[in-house]
Design a protein around this ligand. Structure first.
Ligand code: HDD
Length: 711
């Protein structure tokens, strides 16, 4: 259909200043009380356009409904009231069945290395071209109003508006998935979502139905290792990786196919929170990730990722000790190295959250010529599901006309009508082939999209290939590739989650599975759950193999030595040393971090030189979890006063417990003592700023054993 734009009448600016509408519109019967509207708008200047109904009628009074008399009932005749309320009543659309909570931004993709040898897709072959895109990051299980930081997989979706049509890469921040076949997806989602009889827990895997399903689904074990790791606790959306998960195909000019897996690598490196911190963030700032991205983009610190590919042939795939078409498996980077081909930059926050982030519709089936699908049965099911869900979520087969979804290249076909049709095609021809129109859209046998030609033989049936039978080897490889802190976090997470499970047989079944992954881990979890005799391991459908350790699977190996994107909180109060504060701020900002000053009061704090301090947050409203490292600069008197203030002692104590760096000046010593802070490499005097900045880039992992001994 032609991409014609409809012109919506834009109301003209008023010629006179808006005045008290209640009095103006109905002078004779003016009620004695007209609400606040009229008076508040008295000073409004001429630049505002008129407020109108959806039909363009200028509204005289937006504060008072039409009544029979000053104290009488409202009249049905009030079409302005009815239009406004009716629209309001229908403002919400069904939220996404999964990935309801999300944050999106506009940006661009720039190719640095052409894949011309492998594909005809222009976006992957034309270097230095900026392709506009919209990216959305999400949690999976929670509703749209849930907190940003549960332990959960993060969605990582990118819609590229390419010159050959939209390409949607709809991935996650974890390279594997729970299940091998799309037919199980509704069961998985029902199991993880709020339990249907009670409507809780919101956004949590720590409950019976999730672990019941998982304990009966051995193929999920690899994913379970990932979700119990700190990968599901990202510090920032711009500090996590993204994966296309499935193998896709690239098709070149000759029609040859190469398998491809897509990876996003964050410029800021990986960074996660620790569990106690995560739980507290959910209370302190449920919008933690959304706010972080909003602030970063508005401050010009544009989130950025590199796009990398793993390319391999069918012959190579035949040699893998696993089946790459099974979405519960990954291809270790040591086996097929990553090739970096471009970068994505997010540089524009949406104008309107609903219109863009809520209405954006991603579909893995949106590809461009030169990119094709593999036979991964999970991907195959997804090719159907996403288009279908948009019909009920956005309510119309014309969802592709919504600006955030519309292709930015010309698009035209003979599809017509339907709910919310926005285009007005001309002419009498709405079919193809036709002989009546010289300008109607036609198919393009050469340039158009072609599926790879593939010979398919075999018996039809509901069959799972033998090559999908190994459920534990990569789970084991993942666990053994983690360092001791990472392993310890996985163990703690499993004990935490399974302790929330009421049914002992589910806990035991899980420990049974863990025995296939690592005997030590199974013993650790059994002990953490108070299970005396190790439960039987279930029968494995394939022998568990010992794959080589893969350092690329570790999270800490991918952290970067930088403070960029991090926030340092500086606690001050009356009498804090002005010179130290100045020096500290400068040093932190030089590292690319954001500095926030906190004080017991938001206003009226005076420094040692009697100047008024600029305070970014009141201490009680800015708990420690909102900062990556802290500096405490206090006069002796203020430090003494704050010893009695729980917000202050918790601020410092949590910094210590969450393994963060603390810089302090001489005056603040009594507060640190009161909070029970013990000296280590992360506790540094403000006179040694260099040391502090080094410590602030990492967590003090060696402190962990002191504050939270491993299970
Ligand atoms: Fe899905 C949304 C990622 C398997 C069915 N999925 C959705 C989103 C992401 C993913 C990131 C949010 C998109 C957005 O921001 O709007 N899904 C994945 C990944 C999977 C996966 C990486 C496995 C590798 N999904 C999957 C299966 C099915 C679905 C097997 C069904 C057969 N997913 C959906 C859906 C959603 C969705 C119900 C809900 C909202 C939407 O599509 O637009 O259709």
């Amino acid at each position: 259909m032609p991409n014609t734009k409809t012109s919506i009448p834009i109301p003209k600016a008023p010629t006179e200043a808006v005045t008290n509408r209640a009095t103006d519109s109905n002078k004779k019967n003016a009620p004695t009380f007209v609400g606040n509207g009229g008076e508040l708008h008295q000073t409004v200047e001429k630049k505002h356009p008129s407020l109108t109904t959806n039909q363009g009628l200028v509204i005289a009074d937006n504060q008072n409904s039409l009544k029979a008399n000053a104290t009488g009932p409202t009249l049905l005749e009030d079409f302005i009231l009815r239009e406004k309320i009716t629209h309001f009543d229908h403002e919400r659309i069904p939220e996404r069945i999964v990935h309801a909570r999300g944050t999106g931004a506009h940006g661009y993709f720039e190719l640095t290395h052409s894949l011309e040898k492998y594909t005809t897709a222009k976006i992957l072959t034309k270097s230095a071209v900026q392709t506009p895109l919209f990216a959305r990051f999400s949690t999976v299980a929670g509703g749209s109003g849930s907190a940003d930081t549960p332990r959960d997989v993060r969605g990582f979706s990118v819609k590229f508006y390419t010159s050959e049509g939209n390409w949607d890469l709809v991935g996650n921040n974890i390279p594997v998935f729970f299940i091998q076949d799309a037919i199980k997806f509704p069961d998985l989602v029902h199991a993880v979502k709020m339990e249907p009889d009670r409507g809780f827990p919101q956004a949590a895997t720590a409950h019976d139905t999730f672990w019941d399903f998982i304990s009966l689904t051995p193929e999920a074990m690899h994913m379970v290792m990932w979700i119990m790791s700190d990968r599901t606790l990202p510090r920032s959306l711009s500090m996590m990786e993204g994966f296309g998960v499935h193998s896709f195909r690239l098709i070149n000019q000759e029609g040859d196919s190469t398998f491809v897996k897509f990876h996003w690598r964050p410029k800021l490196g990986l960074q996660s929170t620790i569990w106690d911190e995560t739980v507290k963030i959910a209370g302190a700032d449920p919008d933690f990730h959304r706010r972080d991205m909003f602030n970063a983009i508005n401050a010009g610190h544009f989130p950025e990722w590199e796009l990398a590919v793993q390319l391999f042939t069918q012959e190579q795939a035949d040699q893998f000790p696993f089946d790459h078409l099974d979405a519960t498996k990954l291809i270790p980077e040591e086996l097929i190295p990553l090739q970096f081909i471009g970068r994505m930059v997010l540089n524009r926050w949406p104008d309107n959250f609903f219109a863009e982030t809520e209405q954006v519709a991603f579909c893995p089936s949106h590809v461009v010529p030169g990119i094709d699908f593999s036979n991964d049965p999970l991907l195959q099911g997804r090719l159907f599901s996403y288009l279908d869900t948009q019909l009920s979520r956005l309510g119309s087969p014309n969802f592709h006309q919504i600006p955030v979804n519309a292709a930015k290249c010309p698009f035209a076909n003979h599809q017509r009508d339907g709910h919310m049709q926005m285009s007005q095609p001309k002419g009498r021809v709405s079919y193809e082939p036709n002989s009546l129109s010289l300008t109607s859209p036609r198919e393009q046998p050469v340039a158009g999209f072609k599926s790879m030609s593939e010979q398919l033989v075999g018996d039809k049936g509901r069959i799972r290939p033998e090559s999908f039978a190994d459920h534990y080897s990569q789970a084991r490889q993942f666990y053994l590739s983690q360092n001791k802190y990472e392993q310890s976090h996985i163990a703690s997470a499993l004990v935490f989650e399974l302790s929330k499970v009421e049914h002992p047989h589910i806990r035991e079944a899980m420990v049974g599975h863990l025995r296939h992954i690592d005997a030590d881990l199974a013993a650790r979890i059994a002990s953490g759950l108070g299970i005396k005799n190790l439960p039987q391991a279930p029968k494995s459908s394939a022998p568990v193999q010992d794959f080589a350790i893969s350092p690329a699977l570790g999270l800490m190996n991918k952290m970067k030595d930088t403070l960029a994107g991090r926030v340092v909180g500086i606690l001050i109060a009356d009498g804090s040393d002005a010179e130290t504060l100045q020096k500290v701020k400068q040093a932190i900002m030089k590292e690319g971090a954001i500095c926030k000053t906190l004080a017991p009061k938001i206003n009226g704090i005076y420094l040692s030189d009697a100047t008024a301090a600029k305070i970014d947050g009141q201490l009680a409203g800015s708990p420690l979890v909102m900062f990556d490292a802290i500096v405490v600069i206090l006069s002796e008197q203020s430090s003494k006063n704050l010893e009695k203030n729980m917000a202050a002692t918790e601020f410092v104590r949590d910094a210590y417990n969450h393994l963060k760096a603390i810089a302090f000046d001489a005056g603040s010593k009594s507060l640190l003592d009161k909070a029970g802070i013990k000296k280590d490499a992360g506790i540094v005097a403000t006179t040694k700023l260099k040391e502090f900045l080094t410590a602030a880039k990492i967590r003090q992992w060696s402190r962990e054993e002191l504050v939270s001994p491993s299970i």
